[in-house]
Design a protein around this ligand. Structure first.
Ligand code: CO
Length: 207
């Protein structure tokens, strides 16, 4: 059997298992989704949002990209954000990074990686912003600290969007969270929390 054929076979087994436990499982989920959370995570295959939070389909709206970035010109991310905030009305947005992130490591290297240089450039800017602290670190310590600072900056980037600011003002939600996941023990750590209407630099605020 080919590897992808196994996926389709496992899917049938999984679907049957769900119906075995709860006959209404799919009919209920097919009617609507009311997730309380938007997850912005890394595409890394080892950091699947639902598995590591022990949540079921329907509980987390998910966007993943390389190094869990919130880039203000990224129409894909912004569309997910707008839908999650304005239509699904999520209460929490979680930016989740992870130690050992290949994207963060690559951003610290000098290798010309082609197109992806442009994406990693956003992480290089985070490095530059926190250069004084990061220059004092070496090897994995530097990568890990940049991973944490990157998560914090992406949470800040969410707060700088008119989408989040509008929901903060009118509905006092969502709360923004920055977490980091450790691949070696499976534990999530809380780095930063921004409650609705936390003040940010006025240059980034919209009427
Ligand atoms: Co990663």
């Amino acid at each position: 059997m080919k590897s992808y054929e196994k996926l389709l076979l496992e899917n049938k087994a999984w679907a049957a298992e769900q119906v075995g436990k709860d006959p209404e499982y799919f009919s209920r989920l097919s009617h609507l989704q009311t997730p309380e959370f938007l997850w912005i995570g890394c595409s890394d295959s080892r950091v699947p949002a639902n598995e590591i939070t022990n949540t079921a389909p329907g509980e987390i709206f998910v966007h993943r990209n390389i190094a869990n970035m919130v880039v203000h010109t990224d129409l894909n991310m912004l569309s997910v954000l707008q839908y999650a905030v304005q239509v699904l009305k999520v209460k929490h947005i979680i930016v989740c990074g992870h130690y050992g992130c290949g994207g963060v490591r690559a951003a610290l290297s000098h290798q010309d990686l082609g197109l992806i240089n442009k994406w990693l450039r956003n992480i290089k800017d985070v490095y530059y912003f926190h250069k004084d602290e990061l220059q004092g670190l070496e090897g994995d310590a530097r990568v890990d600290r940049l991973t944490e600072l990157n998560v914090q900056e992406q949470v800040m980037n969410l707060a700088k969007t008119s989408i989040v600011q509008m929901a903060w003002r009118s509905e006092n939600r969502p709360t923004l969270h920055g977490w980091v996941y450790r691949l070696t023990d499976g534990i999530l750590h809380n780095l930063i929390r921004m409650d609705p209407n936390t003040s940010i630099d006025p240059v980034y605020t919209y009427d």
